[in-house]
Write a protein of this length. Sequence first.
Length: 94
Amino acid sequence: MIYQREGLFSPTECEEILALCTKLDDGKLEAGSKVARKSRVTFLDGNEHPAIARIDTTLRGVNERFYKFDVNARELVQLAEYRVGDEYAWHLDL
């Protein structure tokens, strides 16, 4: 299921969120001998910007409405940049 919410962020908020992403780290993930993901990543905390906190609130609402998972904790919001030659392959984050 894909959940889409129009107007969650204003164009200005999108620019502000992207401005928070100045420090991207190597996001290479290996699964055995294969590369499962090659990108640059950063993690954003809801304390950094109210729009990031709104992502968390929205995801919790979607979970409560559609999935009903027992979620006691969450990871920080991850933003990934894929450049030419980077990749994303099927994998499990365990």
